[in-house]
Design a protein around this ligand. Sequence first.
Ligand SMILES: [Zn+2]
Length: 964
Amino acid sequence: MGLNDSSPGAMRNGRGLSDQWAESVVVRPRTTERHITVHKRLVLGFALSILTLIIVTAVAVVLSVQFEACGTRDRDETTGEPSSRGPGGSAKLNGGRGERMGEKGDEEVVQPWRNSRLPGSVRPRHYDLRLAVYMDNFTFSGEVSIELECINATRFIVLHADRLEVCWRSVINLDRIFFLHVLCMYVVALHREMKPMRVYRLNVSFDAAIEDELLGFFRSSYTMQRERRYLAVTQFSPIHARKAFPCFDEPVYKATFSLTLRHDPQYTSLSNMPVESSSLSDEDGWLTNHFARTPRMSTYYLAWAVCNFTYRETQTDSGVTIRLYARPDAILSGAGDYALHITKRLLGFYQDYFKVQYSLPKLDLLAVPKHPYAAMENWGLSVFVEQKILLDADVSSSSYQMELTMVVVHEICHQWFGDLVTPVWWEDVWLKEGFAHFFEYVGTDFLFPKWNMEKQRFLTDVLHEVMLLDGLSSSHPISQEVEQATDIDRVFDWIAYKKCCLNSALFHCFQDYLLSHMYSNAARDDLWRKLSQAMRSEGRDIDIGEMMDRWTLQMGYPVVTISKNQSEQLPTYYITVSQEHFLYGEEVSAVTRVSTHENNWQVPLTVAVGNTSAVCSESLIWINNKTETHRIGQMDDSTWLVGNINQTGYFRVNYDLQNWKLLIQQLHTNPQVKLVCIQYHLRLAGYLPQGVPLQLIGYLPEETSFLPWHAASRALYQLDKLLDRTDEYRLFSDYVLKQVASRYHQMGWPTNGPGTEGNVLQASYQTEELQRELIMLACSFGNKQCHRQAVAYISDWISSNKNRIPPNIRDIVYCTGVSLMDEDVWEFIWMKFHSSNAVSEKKILLEALTCSDNTFLLNRLLNLSLTSDLVPEQDVIDVIIHVGRNPQGRNLAWRYFREKWDILNARYGEALFMNSKLISGVTEFLNTERELNEVSESSGVVFSVISRLKMTSDRKWHLGFRKV
Ligand SMILES: [Zn+2]
């Protein structure tokens, strides 16, 4: 620093500057090597060679865009104003963002940084990135040489950096450099314009700390043999690469990367590509790893790690090496083998499915002790939090295994959707997240067909969840405008993740899409174009773009009401179909977002009709208008109708009361009607005729398959949350217990102990899951026999010190035991939590501790989790959320959350995803006016709360139930 700034006036229009550097500013591509003629006289030839070399070097130095201004860490400057780093001094630049800087009409041309996005006049082509990593004091220093291509003539290079101490070397043609705090952008202003089609080079060196906060290049630790060991790893998505090196940190700026990492040789280093060469320094003995050059990629999935993990590896048939890196003890115990095994199968599956080869020579899976997300799909180096990748088969439940499997399937899918083809901008983040989420079900179904994931579980776990959220007036269209950096985390919510799966039938022509955009970016219109072409080739002329825009640009979805009417002239019936925007509660007035499509959707409605003796074939009707009439087959008084068969369409269906009555009768006798999923209709909230919800549950004792029970239990837990602490609660829980009792007693408890049941892959999945679902329902709603059994298991464990509880129901037994038994049991579980090494076991033991009725113990747990090392940082948020789910801990968690908000916000503030998980977690159960008012009064509590408020203000659920 300490350089002078030119006068503000000089900067205003880019004119009036001295042209003394004019010639040297014109930066040209490096010239090719000069051909040297061999002279007859050897000595002269040698002299000429030396001279030529000197000239070429001198020219190269002159042609590089280099600077010699060094800055303090930008985070230290808190003014929020841009500061100048020009050669003229360090005075504030007059005319930052938002201030008028000149008289010219086209201000954006003069000041490209007035837009929060990068201006696009120059693009990076290649980054040469060299880093030295100091694990002893958690700092790193680096140099980056960025090869830039000029697209449009400009005097400015605008790029991102955040929290870096940046040093710009050797002033040649620099006018000034200034930093825009709010945007985390450096603006490098040159005296003369760069010319289109030319290539330039920008050299920057920088230093920074390896922070302890889960973003950028951060550190993490674990204990092994009572010794604390550290590792450092990156998390760049969505906007944190700029915390590790100056770069063009937007997904559209794809470039190739050559990375070099230098560090203490006791550590291993990893990156997206394999190590190409490595050497040990004679001077300090340090190891230098040169990684192979990457294909074109965005900054957000660039990654590296420095750790002393060990690994196991396998290889695919096509020669891709897959390694799983984790703590040495986890590798030794084989906890990574399952993920390694399924990853190998998945790479083959996706290559066949997409018909596009995996792009890199290797894929590393890295299991880290803490991470802001479940996992991150860095190309060739996917990072997972341990609980989502390490599996101890002997002690893990099938639900833990399923969750883990789906995370792996999701991340591997991103190697294509996200990494190979990347959304142009974050507003279309669903282009990658939606696909990856959809493939969680397709991929898991491939791995374990018996789990029945794709067809059934997708409906209960995804479709219904997202419809619940999307039915709130706080919802948003899946494509959202994202301009500010702070908006970016907002779009990574469940709506973007899940809603995309609507009309999943259309997503079977990916190959073309992937091939057209590989190593590049795509926006939603690119996808629609591909889909329309595919439809046309099948002879169906549908404008997918027009149809899909109605779904992706409008928030929410329609409820389609079908009613049966008799024709006045003819002795026959016709149906009237109407559509309206589905909203929970009477919140239509709250919907202020203007929709260009007037809340009208193109709805592909499948309808089946039947009577007591037969079900007719289905028909497909395209609904385009608010109200339409159609004639479908023969109908009479006793004919019932079912719409949206198999629920493949992203909308809800409602009927007239007469049809509801006919359907409920059919539930008991007709399996086809069961496809009208119970949960789905329970959530029709205020639209549903009164009395219908409980009558729908009423058929459950006859139900023998897992999925309807699974769907019902999810709906019942929702109702449980809403009715808790109301007068009707006892009535409700008694009713549920009555419905569950007979099937629960019939199924009983698993009889086999650990060791025999451990391998859930071989188990009869549907039966086990039904048994588990029933035990969970019975124990949580207070079945006495269920409680006795759980207590007996825990007592046996304590007295024999042998855990004979079947892994698949351990979480239920632990939680029930802790809630019913005395403090000693809590202490016992707490002790086991510390002594256990298996991550899945640790997770359920910690959750069980939150089940206690004793507020003193809950309080102790909350305090310990935040202030001591005993609870891993990753789990603190889960502890608070789980305490909040316990009726005895609800107020405690809420009070704790408010009191510690500043600490929590400071710790997780920027990892918004975790914060929003915490906020929605603790507010999930608030359902009194006073509590809701407290939320709105709490400062700093942001958008997620609003969304929760809308949800809990859905009084119709209560009212509807009360009137039953
Ligand atoms: Zn994802």
